[in-house]
Write a protein that binds this ligand. Sequence first.
Ligand code: ATP
Ligand code: MG
Length: 557
Amino acid sequence: MLNDEKSLNFIEEIIEEDIRNGKHGGRVLTRFPPEPNGYLHIGHAKSIVLNFGLAQKYMGKTNLRFDDTNPVTEETEYVESIKNDIKWLGFQWAEELYTSDYFETLYGYAVKLIKKGLAYVDDSSSEEIAASKGTPTEPGKPTPYRDRSVEENLRLFAEMREGKYPDGAKVLRAKIDLANPNMHLRDPLLYRIKHAHHHRTGNKWCIYPMYDFAHGQSDSIENITHSICTLEFIPHRPLYDWLIEQLEIFPSKQYEFARLNLNYTVMSKRKLLQLVNEKYVDGWDDPRMPTISGLRRRGYTPASIRNFCERIGVAKRENIIDVGLLEFCIREDLNQTAWRRMAVLDPVKLVITNYPAGKTETLIGENNPEVEGGEGERSIPFSNELWIEREDFMENPPKKFFRLAPGLMVRLKHAYIIKCDEAVKDSEGNITEIRCTYLPESKSGEDTSGIKVKGTIHWVSVPHAKTAEVRLYDRLFNVENPAAEENFKLTINPESLQIIEKAYAEPDLLNAVPGKGYQFIRKGYFTLDDQQSTPDHLVFNRTVTLRDTWVKEMNRE
Ligand code: ATP
Ligand code: MG
């Protein structure tokens, strides 16, 4: 389906051109090729939404291919988490494939290149090879092994496979052009020896293909039509094309877009792994991590992440996206979908002196006032003793304080108008109780009091309150570009996690379900911590505040 209504991104333009020209019979097959050496992060989400999104738009398909050519860093745990995260984001791959399944085919391709005189076994050390490659302005020099005969190369390469040589003793290189201005064409490495256990092939192999001799070939084996990667691979493209041409295999094509960079975030898997291993965070799914699993645990929804990825678009030049945009996207989603609840995070007791002690009244609140019908309602018990936020009372308030102070009136959400009479203090002057009277005729929905008040505050009935631990998260880093620091770990925000051990929640929050967003009225959006919350010990994570407090702070500066 060609779509002319909305402007196309440059990759869509290419695909539509290909479809018009009948290339590959109009077929579109993309792939998402993660290396299973870590958990997926928001940058990967960008690539997933792009690859799967294009296939959906053009009635094509997307393969999930694990790019598992490096036996040392890869693990099955990562494979499972990657599959789980892609499904959670809402996408389904056509086939689940592994580069390691192609090792035999790739070996055959290497033999074919050797037979064509286009590859040779080099005994030089990696330092010698680096030194002989020259510089961008100076041509490289051949090593003494460049002109080995086809027969000798075939024999040595077979012996490499058989395990006759130790790591680093030999490599297989393509024989292209040692003077090419593109360094990637100066006889690039195709295979290296690595005696290591592989998570899928075990000890079957001790030689492993390099990225450049695996990626494009795998694309071709799968008949991928559009192989989309990030800008750093532009200089690899001539090699991608050269190998496919010399091997005379399916002509997949590579296209490059700008990777997603987010401020106040690190995104390389190596750095994220350090945060996990050195216990700066509580695992890959810590709610402060930019991983998909961290964002999920934090309360991000799949729709908000897809939306974010679509909003930032597909760029041809490097840029940095403000993490505020990601927060905007989840706020926008939760405003429409989160159920409203009341919870008091910094409690002080309020007593209604003219309400019968021991009486309980059941009040009603809509789950979601943003949608027609409110998505149903829940009951909220009310009594003469309530928890309210300490900050909602002031003894000597400034002029426009529309909350509680002696003599002032507010509405209790879903309940009555109350008038504050006095605050009771202990011997050290700390407020222990706020005493009020209520207007019986002012009940929400049937108010005949005729009194208008400016402020509404939230509350939780003391005898009915459920205690909950509440975790308030903030940005993990204090600087915009932590990756540019000499030691990015020194820029970790020491206040990125604040734990409230005993907050009070309205009893319906005992029914909270993992993955669902709740707006704690006036306090922010929260979700149940699906790892650590139990019915006996509720734990809620703050997904995001109601408003962007960082924008406010930045404007103040
Ligand atoms: P990292 O640098 O974090 O280790 P990577 O590129 O090595 O990432 P891969 O597992 O190889 O991670 O990535 C799988 C796919 O996701 C690749 O096609 C890669 O281009 C893409 N990808 C990775 N990071 C980003 C990003 N920040 N923005 C967009 N795409 C990304
Ligand atoms: Mg990679």
